[in-house]
Ligand binder design. Structure first.
Ligand code: SF4
Length: 359
């Protein structure tokens, strides 16, 4: 892949893509935030053939997490004195009034960890503190969190909790497909999530909805190949699930990881920024693991309806607009002063557009 990424080869592949004749108007959605970043970093968004449009989807876990989740975590720290632990991306995501970084500067305990295991270690070393891990992520992240909860139970650790905001990709895809206004023809499917899910769960998208799908890797050359495969499917009228990212993703996925998640968690309705509540699109701890549920141990009540004023992340995450369509983009909202999570997260669509803008 290093050879494939050499500057000259990438230039050649990009030119080939740009020159491809596309015989009908095609809109593809890249579902994953890592794809969005790869596309903008490599300038691929400037090298698309005529008639082809790319829109971004809800694949950034931080971005789809609702304002009320941040508010819940903040209230938990303020009202119950818990120590919040989180991946760094969450620190500057705006809640309705403030973010985690701001409450830390007010003296509340917020620690950045690099894995859920880091949060568990903190709990083991600080028995006098209640450690709450902000469990945000898709199918790729959830197995490691499930393994950590399992380990906490095995070790009988009583001061470790998770605040679940896990999201499942499939129900979100169904929500997108059922929106006739989006006019999508195909999906560049997430490579990482698919290493867990495999390709089979996506089959209904092709068979039931006649939409093209390619599970695609994250190098620019992967994305270019994935786009060619999608155009081929659409132009030959043969929608199916193909795997471009064969070096990592396979038809069966990772059954062991799925079984581990299934042991700890069960599906539940979940709130997505922009989408509202999507049935069975999240995960909650099974009754046997409820002792680790932060919301049960440290209850708080927040407003579920609240959104960041003027921010159109919800529409960006559904592919209804692109970031420059938002009136705040680049003027009021920048990575230094973000109004919404799509400008904060390292996988956010607004951040990708802003960081790699050409004018
Ligand atoms: S530019 Fe800022 S305010 Fe607008 S949608 Fe993106 S994150 Fe929200």
């Amino acid at each position: 892949m290093n050879d494939l990424n050499s500057h000259e080869l990438l230039k050649h592949l990009s030119k080939q893509l740009k020159a491809r004749k596309v015989n009908q108007q095609i809109t593809l959605m890249e579902v994953c935030g890592t794809h969005t970043m790869a596309i903008h970093r490599s300038g691929l968004n400037q090298m698309l053939p005529d008639n082809l449009r790319l829109v971004s989807g809800p694949g950034c876990p931080v971005c789809v997490t609702g304002v009320s989740y941040i508010d819940t975590a903040i209230d938990m720290a303020k009202q119950h004195g818990v120590t919040l632990t989180t991946f760094g991306d969450m620190m500057r995501v705006p809640g309705s009034k403030e973010n985690l970084s701001e409450i830390r500067s007010q003296g509340h305990a917020v620690e950045v960890v690099y894995s859920p295991l880091g949060a568990l270690e903190l709990a083991e070393k600080n028995k006098d503190k209640n450690i709450v891990f902000l469990a945000v992520g898709f199918e790729t992240t959830t197995p490691t969190i499930a393994a950590t909860v399992s380990l906490a139970k095995e070790k009988n650790i009583k001061n470790f909790y998770v605040l679940p905001a896990h999201k499942l990709v499939m129900p979100a895809l169904e929500a997108l497909i059922s929106d006739p206004n989006l006019g999508l023809n195909g999906f560049i499917l997430p490579g990482h999530v698919s290493t867990i899910l495999g390709s089979k769960p996506y089959e209904f998208i092709a068979t039931k909805h006649n939409m093209a799908c390619v599970i695609t890797g994250f190098e620019a050359a992967d994305v270019i190949q994935g786009i060619h495969m999608l155009i081929d499917q659409i132009e030959t009228g043969d929608p199916k699930i193909e795997i471009q990212y064969k070096r990592v993703a396979h038809e069966e996925g990772n059954a062991k990881a799925r079984a581990l998640v299934d042991e700890i968690y069960e599906p539940c309705d979940a709130l997505w920024r922009g989408f509202g509540s999507i049935p069975m699109s999240g995960l909650k701890l099974r009754p046997a693991f409820e002792a680790f549920d932060a919301l049960k141990a440290f209850p708080v009540t927040v407003n579920d309806e609240v959104e960041n004023t003027g921010c159109e992340c919800g529409a960006v995450l559904q592919g209804k607009i692109i970031p420059p369509d938002c009136a705040l983009y680049g003027q009021v909202c920048t990575p230094e002063y973000p109004i919404g999570p799509c400008m904060v997260s390292s996988e956010g669509t607004c951040a990708a557009y802003y960081k790699y803008r050409t004018s």
